[in-house]
Ligand binder design. Sequence first.
Ligand code: LLP
Length: 475
Amino acid sequence: MRAHEAGWAHAAASVRGPAWLREPADVNALVPQLWSGTARKVDGVLEVGGVLVTDLVREHGSPAYVLDEVDFRARAAAFRTAFEAFDVYYAGKAFLCTTVARWVVEEGLFLDVCSGGELAVAIRAQVPPQRIGFHGNNKTPGELSEAVELGVGRIIVDSVHEIERLAAITRELGRTARVLIRVTAGVEAHTHEYIATAHEDQKFGFSISSGDALEAAREIAGVPGLELLGLHSHIGSQIFDSAGFEVAARRVLALHAQISDEVGLEMPEMDLGGGFGIAYTTQDDPSDPAQLAIELTKIVTDEAKARGVAVPRLSIEPGRAIVGPAMCTVYEVGTVKAVELDAGPGVTSVRTYVSVDGGMSDNIRTALYDADYSATLASRHSEAPALLSRIVGKHCEAGDIVVKDEFLPGDVMPGDLLAVPGTGAYCRSMASNYNHAARPPVIVVKDGSSAVAVRRETIDDLLRLDVDPAAGMED
Ligand code: LLP
């Protein structure tokens, strides 16, 4: 029995979502800023890249990540154009596969990787090594050797141990490595807020305020195999304004000038990191890349002028802002449950739990970060009144929530498809096999066609990892 049929629709209105969530005028309509550029509804059915998701699921199964190629390329190109005086590194940690790595290069971007695994994807995709930046607070000696041997464009060093390792590796291989120093500027930015403090309590980077970052520059200057390109600062995620960047850039430029004066190194570059926000719900209002470019350029240029140093060549590392909105996840509804809540004496309200065929294994962000998402009924038009619903997964955990609160038509039923926008960043890349879930495929859609970019995992894929230990033990 469906919730509205049971006459609960009215009572359900007393279940409150977050204060900002409003019942939409038309529950079938898409909110454009949440979706990739080619997404639209055709007679109530979601179409992305000219492909109806009903057809897509018939062909490729559910759940599936749907990647809008035109949208991804457009966002990459928008950063490339807006930041034309910068080098733009796509942050592969947000989502990386060989197809995306190729698009990144074709769109004139560089690629930021942060593990040997991501480096392997880049190399498989034939990304020129000099277009790769290599991050990480604990790169292994093996990863560092590989990076130096390949001749990656820049290694962002993060510790004294790493400087020592790179000194040994470059000596042994007779090679030079180009490096940036990851610094912590004492700025932490999240969404609309940033916190500027004197001390940094985190694992990344060398502190500017303690003098560690200056000391790192001195050490690197003494290693013949290392060429110091500049400083690198990344202040956070989902940032919507440039205030945090401004404070960080001032502090980083002060150090840049100090290194020039005291160590005698003129560093040609500076990296301001990533973290540019996207819209997950109607609450989010991200900046346009062109506006950001103007603001960041002005901040650095003014500060460099004030300090009497040449303006370094700037780079940025957007991940989420390029791939996040370019993907959505399509799920099939399996069960719908109207759960009565005790809302106080004499008042009963109902929360509608809509269970889908995926969950925290394909999107951990809701459970891990309390992230907000949106959703739409993707397989048909509905005239049923909207009900505040909670979309949950199929995993053995009560916190397995995909979308905490969303208005869906009150007649959502098993077999319906739901689509969640904005899942391109940190969903497939953080996916797990919890409960031996096979991770969903990434399907590229473009001009009315769909094709697999990352295939669906199978239970055989997972079972292939199981080995009988008795067979490996000596008698
Ligand atoms: N550069 C550096 C050095 C980073 O550490 C990061 C993200 C980026 C660039 C890209 O940031 P983006 O533009 O994608 O925000 N798993 C979390 C996000 C972790 C971000 C880690 N570093 C999430 O799902 O929100």
